[in-house]
Write a protein that binds this ligand. Structure first.
Ligand code: GLY
Length: 442
């Protein structure tokens, strides 16, 4: 009966907790959460609620409960060195050590690694530690993306045309970034359709899970500010309607080369999730960024489809035996939509941006899966906070059916909530297909 430590308290971790508890090995779950997630707590034998910075408390909790290994959900504890601390206490983890988590926490580390080992996928880019040379480089690129070299909770990356328009504004933003971060990465802006490829790695073997497309914009039609992700979908054939079969393979090939490069560079095997954000351009697949963890919402698309026992996968990751384990997923389509408070993602000066803790009532959601994110369970029911509240996932033989299952479930949730009704619909997916066709025609 393995004891598993799960770190994290979002809907992603609720989906991980469910995958752990579906195991036929009868595991016991010990969860460590920054704030209590009632969905994870209900699946756990014991929970520790406290800051990720308190590594000593987390180590003591893991040891006193005899945890065999840990699964780390979010990037913050990875960046704090939780995996290094666990390793020192003799507890292996599904999650990279701090220096390997630089794959996510340092944009320049990843771009330089890809460049140094001649791995395809980088756009044109340069890293700057001062403003010297920035103006000249900005002039060389028709459009740019500016990335602070550090963790910014998804808020730091700014794209020309979306967040700013002119070179001068790009320059000003670079100056601002350099006041807070040691470096800024400037990249050529790419046009295409993005997909997330969450790969499982034991450092030597890298296995892809089905590709997913996320929707970052707050409002219908990909309008409004960027968010942590409003929803995502995956298709029955383990491709996406706008992709060619070779696109998934290209993302996996890049990730395999990066896993090998990171070992050659650091002498350590990357054990955990390598989530590649890729973009398909008219010239092929390019790397947008890596995350050192599952995606949120993307984890909710792929974990419910797992046919292989998740505990077996985790053991293969920590023991370096992934080459001997077939990892299989059901051939089904999934649509995930986040239920959010109406004020979620609005700029602070927006008249509707006032956010209060509001009660929601969850009725009959049919066959949909619900994964709790920022919700509190009080004596009289479930309350939202200010962030994404519940991930709702429809799973079916087709995208159309999966989307309907998710929508029906959302209509059973009453309260001052919002979501994106267009995610997973035929109309929006057709726009992606048309966009890709236009690009490929040139
Ligand atoms: N879905 C984007 C992320 O997890 O970072």
């Amino acid at each position: 009966m393995p004891g598993v430590l799960l770190v994290g308290n979002g809907a992603r971790e609720h989906a991980i907790a469910e995958a752990i508890m579906r195991s036929s090995l009868n595991p016991k779950l010990f969860s460590c959460m920054k704030t209590n997630n009632p969905g994870i707590a209900a699946l756990s034998s014991k929970s520790l609620v406290g800051p990720y910075e308190d590594l000593a408390a987390i180590m003591a909790f893991a040891k006193e409960n005899g945890c065999e290994f840990a699964v780390i959900g979010p990037e913050d504890p990875l960046n704090l060195g939780i995996v290094d601390a666990l390793a020192a206490a003799g507890i292996p983890a599904v999650g990279p050590k701090k220096k390997l988590a630089r794959l996510e926490t340092s944009k320049s580390f990843t771009r330089d690694l890809v460049r140094k080992y001649n791995i395809p996928g980088n756009p044109r880019y340069e890293t700057f530690t001062s403003i010297d040379g920035i103006e000249a480089f900005l002039k060389e690129l028709p459009g740019v993306v500016v990335k602070p070299d550090g963790l910014t909770g998804g808020k730091g990356v700014k794209v020309q045309g979306d967040h700013f328009q002119t070179r001068q504004e790009a320059f000003e933003y670079c100056r601002e970034v350099l006041q807070e971060h040691s470096a800024v990465v400037i990249e050529e802006k790419l046009e295409g359709e993005e997909f997330s490829l969450q790969c499982i790695s034991d450092g030597r073997t890298v296995v892809a899970t089905p590709p997913v497309q996320d929707h970052k914009r707050r409002f219908v039609g990909d309008k409004g500010p960027n968010t942590g992700g409003m929803g995502s979908y995956s298709d029955r054939d383990h491709s996406l309607p706008f992709m060619r079969p070779e696109d998934v393979q290209a993302g996996l090939d890049i990730t395999r080369k990066v896993a090998e490069a990171i070992y050659r560079e650091t002498g350590d095997y990357y054990k955990g999730i390598m989530y590649g954000g890729f973009i398909i351009t008219r010239d092929g697949v390019r790397l947008v960024e890596y995350n050192a963890r599952f995606g949120d919402p993307e984890a909710m698309n792929i974990l419910p489809l797992l046919k292989t026992d998740f505990i077996e996968i985790c053991r293969a990751v920590v023991n370096g035996t992934l080459d001997r384990l077939p990892v299989e997923f059901e051939k089904k389509a999934t649509v995930c939509k986040y239920i959010v408070p109406k004020a979620y993602g609005l700029p602070k000066d927006h008249p509707d941006a006032k956010s209060t803790s509001a009660k929601i009532d969850v009725g009959d959601v049919g066959s949909a899966r619900l994964y709790y994110s920022s919700v509190d369970r009080k004596a009289d029911g479930l309350y939202m906070t200010t962030s994404r509240a519940i991930g709702v996932v429809g799973i079916a033989a087709s995208l159309d059916e999966a989307e309907k299952i998710a929508e029906n479930a959302i209509s059973a949730v009453k309260g001052p909530v919002d979501h994106r009704p267009d995610i997973g619909t035929k109309a929006l997916i057709q726009r992606r297909i048309d966009h890709m066709q236009r690009l490929r025609r040139g």
